[in-house]
Design a protein around this ligand. Structure first.
Ligand SMILES: Nc1ncnc2c1ncn2[C@@H]1O[C@H](COP(=O)(O)OP(=O)(O)OP(=O)(O)O)[C@@H](O)[C@H]1O
Length: 239
């Protein structure tokens, strides 16, 4: 049986009568990228919030590395290897690149925050920009800096909510290549919510499709692309 680094079991989040997420079961294997797609309002961001602990579950379980973490808060889950990127909101605009990655690593309690920072900056090809003030980086580089901050402390799972939003085609491709490399070099598993279908189908090992808070299809990119219900509900001519 495959060993899952992350599992959601019957996860539900209801806001009054709104069933934002309603009984979602998903898994992530070590080093795997799972793309998560679906129309606006399908519940993709809410399920990420459920997994990180930002939203309290109405029902179900989140299991990280075989342990039920449903009762734990955001910080405790991060300490146990569950990380997410925040699309630049975690960046201090006026601080040099390396300093803020080092600070994030120190906050995580790493023994050698400087070495940890150098390691992730190299991984994301930002090591040559260590002394640059974050505000002076290009948009794509800022996105990579955000990813670097999410990578301190060597997380096992990375949750990414629309990391390509606002990037040029070239910047998206570059970020996608870095993500793919991360999974093989660091064995990180990625849950990727993204509207850019070329990216999702290009780098995901498996894809899950949401509609109205539920999973309507899951499988390899090829299986999902050819699923009639998915084509009708979501992909349309883009498939
Ligand atoms: N705090 C909230 N209170 C009430 N309803 C909410 C709240 N947050 C989200 N919702 C509702 O839950 C549903 C799922 O929203 P969610 O943002 O998770 O969808 P999404 O798939 O991420 O959409 P998008 O692709 O547009 O980001 C939507 O109907 C949304 O209006």
């Amino acid at each position: 049986m495959a060993e899952y680094v992350l599992q959601t079991e019957d996860v539900a989040i209801h806001y009054g009568g709104v069933k934002a997420v309603d009984g979602v079961a998903m898994t992530l294997e070590r080093g795997q990228i799972r793309g998560l797609i679906g129309p606006n309002g399908a519940g993709k961001s809410t399920v990420i919030d459920a997994i990180t602990g930002r939203r309290r579950l109405t029902r179900g379980k989140v299991v990280l590395g075989g342990q039920d973490v449903s009762a734990l808060g955001v910080v405790e889950r991060r300490q146990r290897g569950l990380s997410r990127s925040f699309q630049r909101t975690s960046i201090f605009a006026q601080m040099p690149v390396r300093k803020q990655v080092e600070l994030a690593s120190w906050k995580m309690g790493m023994a050698d925050p400087g070495a940890d920072a150098d390691d992730v900056l190299r991984e994301l090809s930002l090591h040559t920009m260590s002394d640059v003030i974050a505000a002076d980086l290009g948009y794509g580089e800022q996105r990579r800096l955000d990813l670097a901050i999410a990578l301190v402390g060597s997380p096992t799972v990375l949750l990414l909510d629309e990391p390509m939003a606002g990037l040029s085609v070239k910047e998206s491709l570059d970020l996608a290549q870095h993500l793919k490399a991360l999974t093989s070099r660091r064995n990180v598993s990625v849950l990727l919510v993204e509207h850019d279908m070329d990216v999702v189908f290009g780098i995901s090992d498996v894809v899950t499709v949401f509609e109205l808070g539920r999973v309507i299809a899951a499988g390899s990119p090829a299986e999902v692309r050819s699923n009639p219900r998915v084509r009708e509900a979501y992909l349309g001519s883009a498939a």
